[in-house]
Design a binder for this molecule. Structure first.
Ligand SMILES: *Cc1c(COP(=O)(O)O)cnc(C)c1O
Length: 372
């Protein structure tokens, strides 16, 4: 490719762990002419985005807005603002993203307590309870939808246990938000972060976060400054939600347009209809994959509809089949991470990538490649 050739990658069907396919209306929104990030019209758009995020997260939390970076920055925002050096945090680990949370705790100088469960299993509430008898953390962190394993973590019982122990509950909803129900207020989640490129079906680049009253109080009571200038919510909050919107950093305007349009599409479809679509297409994919000899990694009651982790049948060459899916069919699926590398595929049905056509296309391609 010469330096002067136009950017023109082949169109793909994105059926991996994210990013997912983006609706043409979202792409068009990104081509909307820029206005200033302090223009009253842009401030009104920011207000609408915050309102829509509250509706999606089913929360009244005032501090609800998108951090200007991907999901991992949302994760980091939560840890750097809620923890101070020397605080204790319990992190539940049953996959890659629990491990990433542990890294965040340690880098911030907080004291880490880990609760590990086998990859592909949920975190059992009784184990959380037992662990909390031996420590008194300021917060407990857990992943709602573990994208590395395909596990959907039930949260209500754990939320009660965490609050009985006087801790805050922090939840990663990067893969679940927009694809399955999340009731932030009803479930008592104190802090939550997500990402735009999974079931919200916008490009990667923003990370919605939301903080309830107890989390806001913990931030207001800090004795030390947040070590990250960029992610310090005491300043960022003033730009997104302060009475006088003051410059902190230049908001990624086109990404905010994209999120606005993607959220509008979600509410045009309706939350119930959207979640039902994710369950329906997951079921269609499950039937087809089982006919082809695939087995799911996770027991049916804890399976994510939007991230299907299946064991690769014996005799199937992981890399070769995924390469053919990409080269011959323009379909991207995800390989396994960590211990599951070479053993598991991760098939995403997220947002705009969650259609009957996507499922049928993938199954037909696999039948041909696997000669069945
Ligand atoms: C993708 C993902 C992240 C990280 O988000 P990035 O946008 O890649 O930074 C965090 N947690 C979970 C569960 C994810 O699936």
């Amino acid at each position: 490719m010469s330096a002067t050739s136009q950017l023109d990658p082949t169109a793909r069907f994105l059926m991996g762990p994210g990013p997912s396919d983006v609706h043409p209306r979202v792409l068009k929104a990104m081509a909307t002419p820029l206005i200033g990030h302090l223009d009253p019209q842009f401030i009104a758009i920011m207000d609408d985005v915050m309102d829509m995020l509250r509706r999606l997260l089913q929360t009244k939390n005032e501090v609800t807005f998108p951090v200007s970076a991907t999901g991992s920055a949302g994760m980091e925002t939560c840890f750097v603002n809620l923890l101070e050096p020397g605080d204790e945090a319990l992190v539940c680990v049953n996959g890659v993203f629990g491990n990433r949370m542990c890294d965040n705790v340690e880098r911030g100088g907080a004291k880490l307590v880990r609760l590990d469960a086998p990859w592909g299993s949920i975190i059992e509430p009784a184990e959380v309870k037992k662990t909390l008898e031996g420590c008194s953390p300021k917060l407990v962190a857990i992943v709602h939808a573990e994208t590395s394993t395909g596990v959907l973590q039930p949260l209500e019982e754990i939320s009660k246990i965490v609050h009985d122990a006087g801790a805050l509950l922090l939840v990663d909803t990067v893969t679940s938000l927009g694809g399955t129900e999340i009731l932030v207020d009803e479930w008592g989640i104190d802090a939550v972060y997500s990402g735009t490129q999974k079931c919200i079906s916008a490009p990667p680049g923003l990370s919605p976060v939301s903080f309830g009253p107890a989390a806001v109080e913990a931030m207001d009571k800090r004795k030390t400054r947040v070590q990250s200038w960029y992610l310090d919510l005491s300043m960022v909050r003033k730009y997104w939600a302060g009475a006088k919107r003051a410059y902190h950093h230049t908001a990624p305007i086109s990404m905010v347009y994209a999120l606005y349009e993607a959220l509008s599409l979600i509410f045009e479809e309706g939350l119930e209809a959207r979640f039902a679509r994710h369950r329906r297409n997951h079921e269609l994919l499950r039937q087809g994959l089982e006919e082809l000899g695939f087995e799911f990694l996770v027991p049916s009651e804890y399976r994510l509809p939007m991230l299907n982790a299946v064991k690769i049948p014996a005799g199937v060459d992981d890399a070769a089949v995924r390469r053919r899916l990409l080269d011959e069919y323009n379909i991207e699926i995800g390989g396994g991470l960590g211990d599951f590398s070479g053993k598991v595929w991760r098939i995403g049905l997220m947002g705009c990538s969650c259609t009957q056509n996507h499922v049928n296309m993938l199954l037909a391609a696999l039948r041909t490649i696997m000669k069945m």
